[in-house]
Design a protein around this ligand. Structure first.
Ligand SMILES: Nc1ncnc2c1ncn2[C@@H]1O[C@H](COP(=O)(O)OP(=O)(O)O)[C@@H](O)[C@H]1O
Ligand SMILES: [Mg+2]
Length: 282
């Protein structure tokens, strides 16, 4: 991979020009940010792990018919993707209450929502990624109703598929954030899944212990974020071998043993008395 013309540097990834027209190289960094960039740090090895996890999940999603930007892996930190015109929305799908959502509605973290719940945020760092409703999306011309239908359709399939996939490895998919883009082939426009799917963009809880295996470890200063990310990669079967990673970012780290154990247990959801979320009638 020779071309290295930088295109854009985001909070978690750098984009370079790809070897063929219409392609980009996504380079995954160890930088971690939270609360709209107010909290910054590094998670050692995160770039490698997220690159591998995203590559794996996008490949599986592609196999079940979800169009994605992913073309192929390049190396430990880089993958080749189709350059798309990003729809500047964060598509959030929630299965359980957590984080800011739980706070906003006085729900308990880990409380099931009955059916997947969608939220949209405008991708705009300057404005702090504000919530946006479909009416605004249409009024501002960010996406049209047909595109939003497609985005919702794919987001639901992705959420269902990943919920099952993670369940199979003892992980509960609490919520996830997706980005979609427009991919043009001549006249033809297609909505495709873009960006990344990783412990940076999903809330992942160990089913047995409720341990958080995602960026909340960093957001909330829980510690053990490296081990948590590696544990997700290990369970998915994509943890790079020690010999490869030791020369890079894991140098000097103890071998991964009992990663999930190192993670502090999450707060257990208290009794449900005052929650606003009413269970659905069957
Ligand atoms: N296939 C793609 N084509 C074009 N842009 C993309 C693609 N996939 C992701 N991006 C964009 O790459 C940028 C860098 O990613 P990231 O560092 O995660 O950004 P952010 O700081 O917005 O989180 C983001 O603006 C993201 O929307
Ligand atoms: Mg990002």
């Amino acid at each position: 991979m020779t071309s290295k013309t930088p295109i854009y540097e985001g909070k978690a990834k750098k984009l370079f020009e790809g070897p063929e027209p219409g392609t980009l190289i996504a380079h995954y960094k160890d930088d971690a940010t939270a609360f709209n960039n107010k909290k910054r740090g590094q998670i050692q090895g995160k770039g490698i792990i997220n690159n591998k996890i995203s590559e794996y999940l996008m490949t599986r999603l592609g196999e079940m018919g979800v169009p994605t930007h992913f073309i192929r892996g390049i190396n430990m930190r880089q993958q080749l993707v189709r350059a798309v015109d990003i729809v500047p929305l964060e598509i959030i799908v929630r299965n359980y209450a957590a984080g800011s959502f739980a706070e906003r509605f006085g729900a308990f973290e880990g409380e099931p929502l009955g059916s997947p719940l969608f939220e949209y945020c405008l991708k705009d760092d300057r404005l702090g990624d504000p919530f946006i409703a479909e009416d605004h999306i249409f009024a501002f011309g960010i996406a049209d109703p047909e595109e939003m239908d497609e985005i919702r359709h794919y987001a639901l399939r992705i959420n269902d598929f990943l919920s099952g996939l993670f369940y199979g490895i003892g992980i509960r998919l609490i919520d996830l954030k997706l980005e979609f883009g427009r991919y043009y082939e001549g006249e033809y426009e297609q909505i495709v899944l873009a960006d990344e799917i990783s412990p940076d963009t999903c809330r992942l809880w160990d089913i047995a212990t409720n341990d958080k295996l995602d960026k909340d470890r960093f957001r909330r200063d829980l510690g053990g974020e490296e081990d948590a990310y590696r544990e997700v990669a290990r369970r998915l079967g994509v943890l790079p071998s020690a010999s490869v990673v030791e020369s890079d970012v894991f140098a000097g780290k103890s071998p991964r043993a009992g990663a999930a154990k190192a993670a502090k247990p999450a707060r257990k959801a208290p009794a449900k008395k005052t929650s606003p979320i009413k269970p659905k009638k069957k």
